[in-house]
Write a protein that binds this ligand. Structure first.
Ligand code: C5P
Length: 252
């Protein structure tokens, strides 16, 4: 391996190691999706979950409502932030965006798992602590949705192919359904993060999610991190639901 590539491999391994080390307790493995319309709502949710949740995901809804400054503020206080931007653009644009996000102190960032996009992002994040996650196939998509989008593969095959490409690109982790986590884990090995949204405790509303799994089963399937949005954020008693989910994760 050329010297520069070896350094890159070491840098990426160090980043992945960091994620694994930090993810040693169940609390570190639960990421709450702050999918709320206003900053005020986000601040309220974070206050309510204080002491129970220490990792939040900020996506389109909050990011475009002042959430990026809030993300910086939380990160500077030690809260981990997963910025769910699902980047996809020409390589140069992705690289410049990743460089800027790496300077914000974020813990995780998503991009669509296209090989060229991932390679550009890995190069741009080199030397930072940012864990880059490849989004394989959205958990709201089933076989027909994937066909309608023009792909020939079924979702499972596409997830596995993209996981392999993410591994080769030097990504820090994968986003997939916990239904696929076991097979993905076999491909990416023990060190990459396997982050799974589409988590639904028994009896909760699926919403638009199609490939859903319970918290306990997601842990058993090899997920390193569970992303839970509406079941916690939409609950009347957010603290109680988050605690119940953590208990279920620990019982697995
Ligand atoms: O409310 P719910 O628990 O379904 O939230 C899941 C979160 O994870 C949402 O913010 C959604 O955008 C995100 N996500 C997903 N599927 C992916 C990647 C991200 O549901 N493949």
């Amino acid at each position: 391996m050329p010297h520069a590539d070896r350094n890159l491999a070491h840098a990426v391994d160090a980043d992945r190691g960091l994620i694994q080390e930090r993810a040693s307790t169940m609390q570190d493995r639960l990421i709450v999706g702050l999918d709320v319309p206003t900053l005020k709502d986000a601040e309220k949710a974070v206050r309510e979950l204080d002491g129970i949740v220490s990792f939040y995901k900020i996506g389109y809804q909050l990011a475009f409502a002042g959430g990026l400054d809030f993300a910086r503020e939380l990160a500077s206080g030690g809260t981990r932030i997963f910025l769910d931007m699902k980047l996809l653009d020409i390589d140069n644009t992705v690289a410049k965006g990743v460089e800027a996000i790496a300077r914000m102190g974020m813990t995780m960032l998503t991009l669509h798992a296209y090989p060229k996009t991932m390679k550009a992002a890995v190069e741009a994040a080199r030397g930072s602590d940012l864990c880059l996650l490849g989004v394989t196939v959205l958990t709201s998509m089933d076989e027909q949705d994937v066909i309608d989008a023009g792909y020939e593969h079924d979702p499972h095959t596409l997830v596995l192919r993209r996981s392999e490409q993410a591994l080769h690109a030097g990504m820090g982790g994968i986003v997939c359904s916990a239904e696929e986590a076991e097979a993905v884990r076999r491909i990416v090995g023990p060190n990459m993060a396997v982050v799974t949204p589409g988590i639904r405790p028994k009896g909760s509303d699926h919403g638009d999610q199609k490939r859903v799994v319970t918290p306990a089963q997601a842990i058993r399937n090899g997920s390193s991190h569970l992303v839970v949005g509406r079941p916690i954020v939409g609950a009347a008693d957010r603290r109680a639901v988050a605690e119940a989910i953590l208990d279920e994760m620990r019982s697995a």
